[in-house]
Design a protein around this ligand. Structure first.
Ligand code: FAD
Length: 390
């Protein structure tokens, strides 16, 4: 006899969307988040863009879930009253040699099912964005910005309305085999007066974001052998002097770097209209997860090196000729759980079998993970349904 049907580990946007989707199956569900609030890690440290889906190889999970997730996210935000603004985006070619890359992304986007993409020339770009200089652009009118933490809380609220328990300050510190499911050990974080506890759960869903490889290891998985080690890389942002607010009305991206590891430093707009640049890609020398704290939650290194200002300035000046170096101030950063530092790797969404049966692992959920979250949740609920049917 199990205490619970489903335990979701991690209260970022993915875990909360999964809990909302799974709890509608009528299964007793708990969501466990180690921080004192939901969405405090990567979910609140990013560009908050609902992406179109034109960058990823056709047929990959990233491409499929991005296209499906964008639509689901837009619907959900409208229904739940979460801010969602379809501001649109332009990927710009600053020299003729970059135009074939726009054409490649157009073809890839169309093959992936991205709607309303089109190439624009320099004259049209000037009428749309008079303060951006480029030779041509790829315009994606459906790309949007949204309140990612607000959406995360709304998914958690929906899960709670459907009967799920949502517990913060609760860190999963062990996963042991129990009958056909799992014994889950929880250590409270923050408030040291609370006792830890154990419960049994038929199904455990690992949605632990930056920690997903380590949670998989708790269950006895050899993450090195599976190629599931997550290499944390920083994405830094610099804010632009708010005297320039309103000069740009769409998200402006460069042609992506050939490394394939990031989309390149771009103009981000937040819902209040403030402009920032980022994220770049900084490989970290030490794994920040190895730093210990006494409170049970680990302090990750979210400092932004002010010395990166010059390279942000150089990157952005290519299409924002009016920008001055002292317009930029270090703002914030997020961490990406990368499965490779060379080229493309897809998300891992895996239902385990045999000795690990009852466990579903979500590993390497980097960008476009916000956009994909609702589609990942539907896919995970389908796996749970399959498990229920034996
Ligand atoms: C710089 C940057 C920019 C990005 N921009 C975009 C963008 O514009 N659009 C987009 O679609 N995507 C973007 N992404 C990607 C997106 O932010 C992530 O893919 C997404 O937030 C991942 O959500 P998550 O729920 O998987 O992870 P997280 O938000 O990290 O949530 C995982 C949660 O699990 C908890 N947890 C971990 N271990 C345990 C444990 N043992 N017990 C209990 N709880 C635990 C953590 O505290 C955390 O809250 C960006 C990412 C970065 C870094």
């Amino acid at each position: 006899m199990f205490d619970l049907d489903v335990t979701v580990v991690g209260g970022g946007i993915v875990g909360c969307a999964v809990a909302a989707e799974v709890s509608r199956l009528g299964l007793s569900t708990v969501l466990l988040e180690m921080e004192s609030g939901l969405g405090r890690e990567t979910t609140s440290r990013n560009s908050e863009v609902s992406h179109g889906g034109m960058y990823y190889p056709t047929g990959s999970l990233k491409a499929r879930y991005c296209v499906a997730g964008r639509r689901l996210l837009e619907e959900f935000c409208h229904e739940a009253g979460v801010d969602y603004r379809e501001c649109g985006k332009v990927i710009v070619a600053v020299q003729d040699a970059e135009i074939p890359e726009l054409e490649r992304l157009l073809a890839l986007g169309q093959a992936n099912g991205v709607k309303d993409l089109r190439l624009i020339d320099a004259a049209e770009l000037i009428t749309m964005e008079p303060d951006v200089r480029a030779m041509a652009g790829l315009y994606s009118p459906r790309t949007a910005i949204f309140d990612a933490e607000g959406a995360t809380r709304a998914y958690a609220q929906l899960a709670a309305e459907r009967g799920a328990q949502v517990l913060t300050g609760s860190r999963v510190t062990d996963l042991d085999r129990h009958e056909d499911g799992w014994k889950v050990t929880i250590t409270p974080t923050g408030d040291r007066r609370r006792e830890g506890w154990r419960h049994t759960s038929r199904i455990v869903i690992n949605a632990a974001g930056l920690w997903a490889d380590r949670v998989a290891a708790l269950a006895g998985i050899d993450i090195v052998e599976r190629g599931w080690t997550q290499h944390l890389t920083k994405g830094n942002y610099f804010s632009v002097n708010n005297a320039h607010d309103g000069r740009i009305s769409r998200l402006i991206y460069p042609v992506p770097p050939s490394s394939g590891l990031s989309l390149g430093v771009h103009v981000c707009l937040d819902l209040a209209g403030q402009m920032k640049l980022g994220p770049d890609l900084e490989v970290m020398q030490n794994d920040p997860r190895d730093a210990n704290t006494s409170a049970g939650v680990f302090d990750l290194d979210y400092r932004v090196d002010p010395g990166r200002q010059a390279s942000f300035y150089e990157d952005a000046r290519r299409f924002l000729p009016w920008l001055e170096m002292d317009d930029l101030t270090p703002a914030m950063c997020g961490l990406r759980p990368k499965l490779t530092l060379t080229g493309f790797r897809d998300f891992v969404i895996q239902r385990e079998t045999d000795d690990l049966g009852g466990l579903i692992n979500l590993v390497g959920i980097e960008s476009p993970g916000l956009t994909c979250a609702p589609a990942i949740a539907v896919a995970v609920a389908d796996l749970v349904r399959e498990m229920e049917q034996g």
